[in-house]
Design a protein around this ligand. Structure first.
Ligand code: ZN
Length: 198
């Protein structure tokens, strides 16, 4: 171990899903076994940082365009449905499943009073104006099936109660505590088909 090696390992361990051992293996791979891959990784991170941004409309990933490809697509706007997800990775899973063709709204998290995360800490304020602007008729809540996901669904349901919009929730058929991130396309499609009004 050296100070620089430890510093890199510490940073790698901060990445989602990476434990101490994996971080150590990655650091050895990057620094000693395949130094060229470290250069390539660095270059692609720098390029992505300068180009990739968050869609100002929905929070999805976008690059050179003003809005993401989904927001720009007139067909996605036809249905007047808006699916609320926690993270861009959830949106990606939904897109890969091919079971949804409406619009999205990425919250960037969920409410968690215990951890001090309130409505102002997630992408919530822009939701109501979007519903009005896009003449949304149905909100589909596709949040994790746990206590915080439940609390977030209730909060959104209450906050939108004065609006002329149907609010439904998927998750029925998903395992308790399960995120849509880990659901296969068939389960996700049946969870979407079986969504219920809240
Ligand atoms: Zn967008």
């Amino acid at each position: 171990m050296t100070p620089s090696f430890e510093a890199l390992q510490k940073q790698l361990k901060l990445l989602p899903g990476v434990g101490y051992r994996s971080a150590e293996r990655m650091a050895i791979h990057l620094l000693l076994e395949k130094p060229q891959s470290a250069e390539d990784l660095l270059a692609s991170i720098q390029a992505a940082i300068s180009r990739v941004k968050s869609c100002p409309n929905c929070g999805n990933i976008c690059e050179e365009e003003d809005l993401c490809k989904i927001c720009q697509n007139p067909k996605r706007n036809e249905d007047a449905r808006l699916c609320i997800v926690e993270h861009v990775s959830d949106l990606m899973v939904m897109e890969k499943s091919g079971s949804y063709d409406g619009l999205y709204h990425v919250l960037g998290g969920k409410l968690s009073p215990i951890n001090g995360i309130g409505p102002n800490d997630i992408n919530f304020a822009s939701l109501k104006p979007r519903i009005e602007k896009n003449s949304i008729s149905e909100i589909i809540l596709a949040l994790t099936n746990d206590i915080e996901g439940e609390a977030t669904c209730h909060y959104i349901g209450d906050a939108l109660s004065d609006m002329d919009v149907t609010i439904t929730r998927i998750g029925f058929g998903l395992p308790s505590g399960g995120s849509i991130l880990y659901s296969d396309p068939v389960t996700l499609k049946s969870a979407l088909d079986a969504r219920k009004s809240i």
